[in-house]
Structure formats: structure tokens, C-alpha cells
Design a protein around this ligand. Structure first.
Ligand code: GEM
Ligand code: ZN
Length: 375
């Protein structure tokens, strides 16, 4: 079997691919970092033959609980991704098998979102009269940091959405695509009504370098961008540095930071209950946001999620905490599963790009209901 990962978001190391019954692989660390969990590679073999794969360093990955009940995603065309039966037990490799229906197949940790698709989303948006494309600066590797401004900048409420600070959380950019495309749909009454009161500032991919490099959590300098919001630097975290500066220039009345979670098989949000300025108004907005989103999208739930921060104990290096404190606004981290939504499982695909896209569209519903109450 021939295995290759020399492409956008590729990550695998081949230890031994000589025995189809035990193809031994390892996941490479993120750039200049100890994080690892994202993998994406292309395998070429004999049609009809079954191949057994072992990711030998799964037990040394960043979120080992992420392998519990996890199923690898696979695709023959890079468009339709399905789950393959996967086994993991403590101390053992992550093991999965597949009988080839075609000679070449892709395997990944989650449905990839390519840089080419990112560029296409930006080009699609700039063709709309509703949207402007701004380059905020460059990443460590020199890629453009793309901001989409959707709506009329004279509108009163400024709503910011960032996605994929953690590059391996590709569901975040699928979700951002759904939100952007609904905003650009001039036949959509809800989004067009919302744009009468608000203008959106959307960064669909906060970590272009890490995405292309096949990182899980880091940028090219090894920084975890979601721990850089208190003191970003143009050298190590230019992505946060430039976005934060633009936020200070424009202001923020609501903020959503889109992520994926390795362990919890649920869609949930984390608020900013631990920031010093948290008050009844922010509590009300967070609770209303969740109630409305639950009512329009049963994929979202509030029973499972992160432990709440104690009062005054929020980590202000985290995006939603820093933004909430700086702008005293509704500020949420949205999490989607790498596994599946345990409440509404899809055996064929698990959680997917499509379900992330649909969730992104429905994020506009609570924002529409709350836009006049944000201040
Ligand atoms: C998380 S968000 C940080 C934890 N937040 C709260 N409120 N407990 C991170 O950056 O570790 C988001 C993610 O990685 O998906
Ligand atoms: Zn994340």
C-alpha cells in the first residue's frame, strides 16, 4: 500500500506499510508544539483487498478520551465522507480496517475543509453586494488573514464571528460557511431583517497556517491562538493580534467563537460566567441565546458541556472571555463534536461538515431574536 500526506492539511508518518494486515502509522506533532491529534492522508492499494491500519501513537495524543467511541472518517472523492469501524482501548493503537472499493481513499480525523474552499468562500462573498473582503494582515507563514464584512457598516450592532483558531477543528469553518451563505442569501427573510440592525464581521479561518500544515491546535509558531487573547504578538500570534486590533477599532456587541471538541459527543456553548464584568444582563443574553438555538436546532443542547468557571476565575487569554470582558457583550464559544451528536446519531457520517453548515445557518436565529436586546 502507498500512503501519502503531501497536500493541504496532510498529517501522517508511515512506520511500516509493507503488511496489509498491520499498516503501522503515527500522527506527527503540530508545528513547534507538543499538541497532536489531527491526521489526514491518502492511501492507494488493490481494489477489493482489506487493509488494517494502526495509529500506533494514539495513546500519546493530546485528547486520548477523544478516541473513545470515535470512528475515523474516509472518502473516495474528497467530497462525501463516511465513518469506518474503529477500535481503541487503553494502551493500544487506534485500529481501523477498510476493504477498498476504489484504488485510492482518504482518511482523516474529521471532514477536512481545504484552503481552496476557504478562498472560494471569500471570492463568493466579495461578489455579493452585501459583503466586503478585508485583509487584516499576514500570518506567521505570510498567508492573508481574511475578514468578511457582511452588511452595512453604519448599522448599530457589530456582531463578530471567528472560526478555526484551532486548525484541526474543521467543523468550525463548515459552520462559518453556513452562517456566511445564509447572510448572503437575499431571499432569506430572517438574515436580511437581521442585517437591518446589525453588520457582521466574520473571520472564517483564524489559523490558515495551522490548517495547511495539518496541525490540531497550533499556528506555525506553535502558539495555541485561544490562549493568546490577553497579550498577542505580531511575531507569535499575528492572527489574534490583527483581529483583536480590528475589534477595538470597530467595537463588538456580540461574539461567537466556533470550535470542535474531541471528547464530548454533543453541540454546546461555553459562556463567560467567570469574567469580572459578568452580570444579570450577560447571563440573560446567554440563557436566551441557548433557549432560542435549542428551539430551532435540536442538534444543540445544554445538558452537557464544559464545567462553569467560578466567578472572577475566567481565563482571560481565551477569546470569548477576553472579548466578553473587553466589550461587556454576549460572548460565546460554540463547540461541535469530532464524534457525533449522541442525542441524534448518524451512523453513516457521524457529525459532519453538512451538519456543521446547517448549525451555522441556525446561529442567526437567536441573533435575530436578540439583536435589539444586545445593549
Ligand atoms: C476551548 S475553550 C476554553 C475552555 N472554555 C471554557 N469556558 N471552559 C479551548 O480553547 O480549550 C475551546 C476548544 O479548544 O475547542
Ligand atoms: Zn478549539
Amino acid at each position: 500500500m502507498n500512503i501519502n500526506c503531501l497536500f493541504d492539511s496532510g498529517n501522517i508518518e508511515v512506520i511500516d506499510a509493507s503488511d496489509s494486515k498491520a499498516i503501522k502509522l503515527a500522527i506527527r506533532n503540530d508545528s513547534n508544539s507538543e499538541f497532536k491529534q489531527w491526521f489526514h492522508f491518502r492511501a492507494h492499494g488493490e481494489i477489493g483487498k482489506t487493509y488494517n491500519f494502526e495509529i500506533t501513537n494514539a495513546k500519546e495524543c493530546s485528547y486520548v478520551d477523544g478516541w473513545k467511541d470515535y470512528q475515523v472518517v474516509a472518502s473516495y472523492d474528497g467530497d462525501y465522507w463516511f465513518r469506518v469501524h474503529t477500535q481503541f482501548s487503553d494502551g493500544k493503537p487506534l485500529a481501523f480496517s477498510h476493504q477498498l472499493e476504489q484504488s485510492t481513499i482518504f482518511f482523516a480525523y474529521f471532514e477536512p475543509y481545504s484552503y481552496q474552499r476557504h478562498l472560494s468562500l471569500i471570492h463568493q462573498a466579495q461578489h455579493s453586494e452585501l459583503s466586503q473582503h478585508i485583509v487584516l494582515g499576514q500570518t506567521v507563514d505570510g498567508h492573508d488573514i481574511d475578514l468578511l464584512i457582511i452588511g452595512d457598516e453604519s448599522r448599530e450592532r457589530k456582531i463578530w464571528v471567528t472560526a478555526r483558531q484551532h486548525p484541526g477543528e474543521t467543523m468550525a469553518e463548515w459552520c462559518a460557511e453556513g452562517l456566511v451563505e445564509r447572510l448572503l442569501n437575499e431571499d432569506d427573510a430572517l438574515s436580511q431583517s437581521l442585517l437591518q440592525d446589525a453588520v457582521f464581521y466574520v473571520v472564517p479561518n483564524m489559523n490558515i497556517d495551522g490548517s495547511i500544515r495539518g496541525n490540531l491546535r497550533s499556528n506555525a509558531a506553535g502558539a495555541n491562538l485561544n490562549r493568546e487573547w490577553q497579550n498577542p504578538t505580531v511575531e507569535n500570534s499575528p492572527e489574534v493580534y490583527h483581529v483583536r486590533n480590528k475589534m477595538k477599532e470597530i467595537g463588538v456587541d456580540a461574539f461567537l467563537d466556533l470550535h470542535g471538541d474531541e471528547g464530548l459527543p454533543y453541540v454546546f456553548v461555553a459562556g463567560c460566567e467567570g469574567i469580572p464584568s459578568y452580570d444579570e444582563r450577560l447571563k440573560y443574553l446567554e440563557e436566551e441565546f441557548s433557549l432560542i438555538l435549542k428551539s430551532v436546532n435540536p442538534d444543540f443542547q445544554t445538558e452537557f458541556g464544559y464545567d462553569k468557571d467560578e466567578p472572577g476565575r475566567a481565563n482571560l487569554t481565551v477569546a470569548n472571555a477576553w472579548v466578553g470582558e473587553e466589550f461587556k457583550c454576549l460572548s460565546l464559544t460554540l463547540e461541535m463534536p469530532f464524534k457525533d451528536n449522541a442525542n441524534l446519531p448518524n451512523r453513516e457520517t457521524g457529525w459532519s461538515g453538512d451538519r456543521s453548515y446547517l448549525l451555522g445557518q441556525t446561529l442567526l436565529n437567536p441573533l435575530y431574536q436578540l439583536v435589539k436586546k444586545l445593549r
